[in-house]
Write a protein that binds this ligand. Structure first.
Ligand SMILES: *[C@@H]1O[C@H](CO)[C@@H](O)[C@H](O)[C@H]1NC(C)=O
Ligand SMILES: *[C@@H]1O[C@H](CO)[C@@H](O)[C@H](O)[C@H]1NC(C)=O
Length: 462
């Protein structure tokens, strides 16, 4: 009897082991089947927006170094020679000068040139922001890591990658006989569930993604979408930022520039207040938290909808300048208490000035509009990728020379009690400094920050 039971136990054990193995195999099969044939693949997150904004320290953004400059450079699109020409033109010194790029480092030109630009930026650990093209490149690379981690993914990718161009050519000619290997996996619809919708495999972005080194990929991933330099009152972004949510009135209490920021200490420290408002501008205006907006924005359409179109709606830079020109400092009686001011409807209707100090936004992306300098915004993409010019904004100690308003402390008690209806401190809202004729004007001076001056230097691209 005991023997009998132990035999049953043995059989039972075998059955359990078989069931267990079968579950694993079948599970694996199911996974394979759903990966290769399922209509919906679940993709992991390829976007890597972990580092959305980065606030520059005083060391990263030196505003009072005697011979230290900050050089901001527009969209490069792999224009390696023009980059060299521009850096030579301004005698760039890697030891002393700080370089900041505005994104879109690669694509459009030859692959080798894109990689050369990327290599320069990565090996020198240049500060910068991520453009929409950099984003596409890094998402392809993240996808490549993912697909080779899938069962059979590596072999499939190698096959497709090596033979796709031949296959496509043959398909075009209608002659498949030339191909020794017409892979069954290369029918166009097959990309469908392996590549996210709307992605175009094997293009420029794919090629850069495939060819760049692991450390270049890490460099692109480390780039934030927005850089903020509180000491210089300046934001750097690839496409654009908004100074107010355009779907509300500028004086609405939810607008960060409509009231004092919530800071507990140092209520009389203008620099601290201004920094808190700058950070609030980034975190409280919903559009500025949308990666697509800051990497693609060109204009704002009716009802406040951001668009990448440059011929519909209002250029975002006009909206930015309109708000900044309303900034009349932190003097009004509402702000004196240092609390978050909520304006009543009556006050709001009479308010033409906002309790804030203006900041500058420096951006690229809008090659169509060319160099676009306004009082509080600088569009630096002058179309190098299209054979026009590559431009740099050159800032030095003179750019941040303290005017009356960049003092660190401000004695409210000695101020006039109600400045609500005073003249704006920063008149001339949308003052355009135009540079339409650039053939010889490679060096221009512009106003910068409250009372400073900056230079814009450009070289011709070939
Ligand atoms: C890129 O520019 C650097 C500096 O001028 C140069 O040494 C390098 O050869 C260039 N790379 C390519 C691919 O042209
Ligand atoms: C975020 O960006 C800054 C500036 O480019 C960089 O120094 C930092 O390492 C980045 N952080 C991460 C986690 O990538």
């Amino acid at each position: 009897m005991a023997r009998c039971i132990s035999n049953y136990g043995f059989l039972l054990g075998i059955v359990i082991v078989i069931l267990f193995l079968w579950t694993i195999v079948a599970g694996d099969l199911r996974n394979r089947v759903s990966f290769w044939t399922g209509s919906k693949s679940k993709f992991p997150d390829f976007s890597h927006y972990e580092n959305f904004t980065h606030t520059l320290s005083n060391e990263q953004f030196p505003t009072n170094g005697i011979d230290r400059r900050i050089i901001v450079i527009g969209d490069l699109h792999g224009m390696n020679e023009s980059l060299t020409a521009l850096l030579n033109r301004i005698s760039f010194d890697t030891q002393k000068d700080v370089l900041i790029h505005l994104g879109d480092l690669t694509t459009k030109g030859p692959l080798q040139d894109s990689l050369a630009v990327l290599s320069f930026m990565e090996s020198n650990q240049i500060l910068g922001v991520r453009g929409n093209n950099d984003q596409e490149v890094l998402e392809w690379r993240a996808w490549m890591y993912w697909i080779v981690s899938q069962p059979g993914g590596r072999e499939w990718l190698i096959e497709v990658d090596d033979h796709w161009s031949d296959y496509e050519l043959a398909l075009e000619k209608g002659d498949m006989s030339a191909l020794d290997l017409p892979p069954s996996s290369m029918k166009k619809p097959d990309w469908g569930n392996k590549v996210p919708k709307g992605w175009k495999p094997l293009g420029d972005h794919y090629q850069v993604a495939r060819a760049m080194s692991r450390s270049q990929y890490s460099y692109l991933r480390s780039l934030p979408l927005v850089l903020y330099a509180p000491v210089g009152h300046v934001f750097f972004v690839h496409a654009g930022l908004l100074a107010a949510d355009p779907s509300r009135k500028p004086t609405h209490p939810k607008q960060p520039l409509s009231h004092w920021p919530l800071i507990k200490q140092r209520k009389h420290d203008i620099a601290a207040i201004q920094k808190a408002q700058g950070l609030a501008l980034l975190s409280e205006i919903p559009q500025n938290q949308d990666p697509w907006v800051v990497q693609n924005l060109r204009s704002v359409r009716k009802k406040g909808k951001p668009t990448r179109s440059s011929n519909k709606g209002t250029p975002f830079s006009d909206l930015w300048n309109e708000i900044m020109s309303k900034c009349s400092g932190f003097h009004d009686s509402n702000a004196r208490l240092g609390s978050v001011t909520r304006l009543t409807g009556y006050q709001e209707s009479r308010l033409t000035h906002l309790p804030c100090y203006p900041s500058t936004v420096v951006y690229g992306h809008a090659a169509g509009r060319g160099l676009d300098v306004k009082r509080w915004s600088i569009g630096l993409d002058s179309g190098c990728g299209q054979g026009r010019r590559l431009s740099a904004l050159v800032l030095d100690a003179k750019s941040f020379s303290s005017g009356a308003f960049s003092d660190h402390t401000f004695d409210f008690s000695s101020e006039a009690t109600d400045r609500l209806h005073a003249e704006p401190l920063f008149p001339g809202a949308v003052q355009h400094h135009t540079f339409q004729t650039l053939p010889s004007a490679t060096d221009s001076r512009i106003k910068f920050d409250h009372a400073g001056e900056a230079r814009i230097i450009s070289v011709k691209c070939h």
